[in-house]
Design a protein around this ligand. Sequence first.
Ligand code: ADP
Length: 552
Amino acid sequence: MPCRLLEACKKNRASLPTILLKCYNVTMLLLPDYRVRQRDYLLEISRALTSQLNIDEVLRLILEAAVAMLAGSVGLIALQEDDHTFRARATIGVEPERIALFKPLLEGITDDAEEGFNIAELDRKMRLVARKLDIRLRQVVALPMVMRGEVVGVIFIFRAYSGQSTTNDRIVLQSFADQAAIAVHNARMYQRVMQEQQRLMAILDHSADGVMILDASRRILHFNKALGRMCGWQPKDAIGHNHDEIITWEHVDQGKPLGEAMSNGWPHERLPDATPDVLYVEGDLRRPDGSRISLGITYAPLIDPDGDLRNIIVNVRDITHFRQSEEMKSTFVSIISHELKTPVALIKGYAGTLRREDAEWDRDTIQNGLAVIEEEADRLNELIENLLAASKLQADGMRLTNVGDVNLRTVAARSVERFQTQSAIHTLVLDFPDPFPTIQGDEARLRQVIDNLVSNAIKYSPKGGEVRISGTYDDQSVTVAVKDEGVGLPQDEQERIFERFYRVDDALSRKTQGTGLGLYLARAVVEAHGGHISVESQPGKGSTFRFTLPRD
Ligand code: ADP
């Protein structure tokens, strides 16, 4: 290692005569002790340099060795940058903040090794720099580090006195410079590769998709943050684990799990349902906390030139929303067809019966039949209006068209009147202070909200009971609450019932007509008025739906 070299150097520096050496026309000086043991030194230096890949460390070693060999007092290494200029990268014997003073020396260095240096010019610049640095320098040794004909950098050693060189000295210094050039080149290549790798890893880490990289035995080498969020694993905990420990499918809907596919020969043998290289698996994953997530995972193999599997690049997508919208589409189709079928069947049935030519219908029967037809036509109309409102709401948000004075007590009273006639087993109670403050709003829309809450209170309390519609107010807002004694709602359904097409999947909902749009639209109307709607409920103990609107 160069420490021995440095020690020898320090010991010899004061007492030994010096020798000048010319390198690219610049006179240089080598301590005689090195000539004796030069091969050993060179070997040691090159070993030390080539085993080091940290560029700063390489430059420090080169500079220490060069300063020691040449008995210099100040040393500097300038490296060629991407823009072909030379920039000081390491110094010895001068404080870092004074490095800028070397700038004139670095200007005009050519990167063509054949051109060499202009001694007179270099000498002039050296004196200039020495003056600025306020040090007594008599000689500068410029040692170009050349690699494949290109100057990788230059080592400058400043000396306080001059000397003569021999041919052998020149050879020794030139070999040293060659070794240094190789070491610098390697360290810089390594640094670039590392930077590139870090850049790639940063890109992977910031990707919104989950990404992991596996080795051929499915061990996780890289695991990004997005994937961590999806799978419920910290990247640092997942790295090193086998893929199959992290990707724990609850069920697979498409493709084969990676382990199974690999034991069937993937990626070397094409699977019947896979494109040549890529394996796609879709399904539900079980997270460590027991929750589930729907994922679509693409596995792309990286094959080396010998045809062996090297890595597997894994791309993971959260397809929960996609699945939900697919589910919603099919729910939509089934709800709509069911909801359309019932009134259409009733209308057709009654119309057909009343039209029978072989029967004479009395007036009451005709009236009853026509009433059912009218009611069912109204229901169809309401359904169509709700669908249109929901699709409009999705496209442009809720628009309030007719805003004016609204008294919610009056609106609620009309609703009670209308619904009371429809059910014999429910008692509708209006509980509003009189007078009740008027607010600014769209009366038709607010009537829809109250009607929907009252209609639901009746629908979802099949055993009857009281439905209380109450109003309260304070300085800022008015609140309307619709309380029933019906089936109630479990906690985990209470937020979801406001979603589009969402219906609680239970026996009662299945036999009760509905589209899952009423509360979705009610929330949109309330929020468009600057208010909010909520539910308080317990299964079997009834529900209270409450909405609050600002008074101004
Ligand atoms: P629907 O047309 O199905 O009634 P809504 O959007 O009005 O649609 O209601 C969504 C779901 O919320 C209903 O399917 C029902 O399961 C539940 N729900 C609404 N109101 C009540 C209530 N008062 N009591 C119990 N469950 C209710």
